[in-house]
Design a protein around this ligand. Structure first.
Ligand code: SF4
Length: 394
């Protein structure tokens, strides 16, 4: 598995697979052909169906140059490797000089056709499953935080920046009112939720408020941290900063919570998928909930086994969750779903801490089932906005 820095990407929302990934790909192609006269970019699968609402064509044109770039939407062809395919073509003097097929596989990551999904670019972690990690930690008397520090050597500084970005995003979300972009005219709620929280301070109210603050910033194209994706970026910061402000968890420990969360997110990314277009929302908000539950269990003093159990509960109870964004924008059900998942993460952590950590279904098994379930889901439930809630808004 890669460094967890590749899981926590910092950039503009609203979508890591539909905005950040395509933007990164366009930058790579531009670097290869800065002098091209013209670019033609073809979007396939989920990118074609929800690319408009997710601003995919907008970021590609902005990156390659609006006057020399055409983006076309291919609704017919689907690649088996991953639905989010992008084909770039560059032209000089009306002659095609290059073409490149690339896939945006979730969380801002890119892969070439048929490139192995379970192997990272740097592969610094020697273990591939949670069980292997738990065994290693037991044999070497390590906590999960010490495990991450051992293999992800320079991660502290990077995570401090992640922490600051998450904090800034929440602050911005709390201060901004009005409506989100798009035809749905969704009103931002974080600021009013915060006022309600101030009148009656409960942990749940703070969790909802912070989740909305980040998710609304994401929906408006603001800067967020993928955790593990943009669409699910509100869950983990809500848990971290509500724990800071309500339970006085110090910054040092919150950064360690990011290490734990990153490890869980990495396991899901490399053994299944964090792409809603590939496995539905269970891979995005479900994964985010598992990450947040694990970090919260750590804050509450959980053992390695209890932390694993908390993440397992959180993911298990998101199995089968579909991705059906109304009007193709990351707003309904996404924003509210972030708040609900933050609350579920808290419950999962509390539940696991009432046990000794021994349980029947492991996180590894749930990750496997999540992948199988996601592949069995019909395409209309995987970020195509052709089924589920999206179909009730026609
Ligand atoms: S429904 Fe879930 S997976 Fe789909 S766009 Fe919204 S947050 Fe992402």
């Amino acid at each position: 598995m890669d460094s967890i820095r590749n899981l926590f990407n910092i950039g503009n929302g609203p979508s890591s697979s539909h905005t950040m990934g395509p933007q990164k790909a366009a930058e790579i192609f531009l670097n290869r052909h800065p002098d091209a006269d013209r670019f033609l970019v073809e979007l396939f699968g989920s990118l074609a169906l929800t690319g408009k609402g997710h601003l995919t064509d907008y970021v590609i044109k902005k990156t390659l140059g609006e006057n020399r770039t055409d983006v076309i939407f291919n609704y017919e062809q689907i690649y088996n490797y991953h639905t989010n395919a992008i084909k770039f073509k560059a032209f000089k003097d009306d002659v095609q000089i290059d073409k490149w097929l690339i896939f945006s596989v979730g969380g801002g990551s890119l892969k070439e056709l048929d490139e192995a999904r379970d192997i990272g670019n740097d592969d610094i972690y020697p273990h591939k499953t949670m069980q292997e990690i738990l065994n290693y930690c037991q044999e070497n008397k390590l906590s999960l935080v010490s495990y991450v520090r051992k293999f992800d050597k320079d991660i502290q500084e990077y995570l401090e920046n992640v922490y600051l970005t998450m904090e800034t995003t929440i602050q911005k979300g709390l201060m901004t009112e009005g409506f989100l972009p798009g035809r749905l005219h969704v009103k931002r709620k974080a600021a009013s939720f915060y006022q309600i929280y101030l009148k009656e301070k409960t942990f749940s109210k703070l969790l909802y408020t912070y989740a909305l603050a980040t998710a609304e910033e994401n929906a408006s194209g603001g800067i967020v941290v993928t955790a593990p994706t943009c669409g699910a970026s509100g869950v983990l910061p809500a848990v971290l900063f509500a724990c800071r402000d309500y339970h006085n968890i110090p910054k040092e420990k919150l950064i360690e919570g990011l290490m734990i969360a990153g490890l869980i997110g990495n396991l899901i990314k490399f053994n299944a998928s964090i792409s809603g277009a590939e496995v539905g929302c269970q891979g995005e908000v479900g994964a985010a909930c598992a990450m947040a539950a694990a970090s919260e269990a750590y804050f509450l003093g959980g053992t390695n086994e209890q932390i694993e159990y908390a993440s397992e509960i959180a993911l298990e109870h998101h199995l089968g969750l579909t991705c059906d964004p109304v009007d193709g924008v990351v707003q309904i059900p996404c924003i509210e779903r972030n708040a609900m998942a933050a609350a579920k993460a808290f419950d999962a952590a509390n539940y696991s801490l009432m046990t000794n950590g021994i349980h029947y279904i492991t996180l590894d098994k749930v990750i496997e089932v999540m992948k199988e379930t996601g592949f069995d889901l019909q395409a209309k439930y995987k970020e195509t906005s052709t089924g589920g809630l999206a179909s009730k808004n026609k």
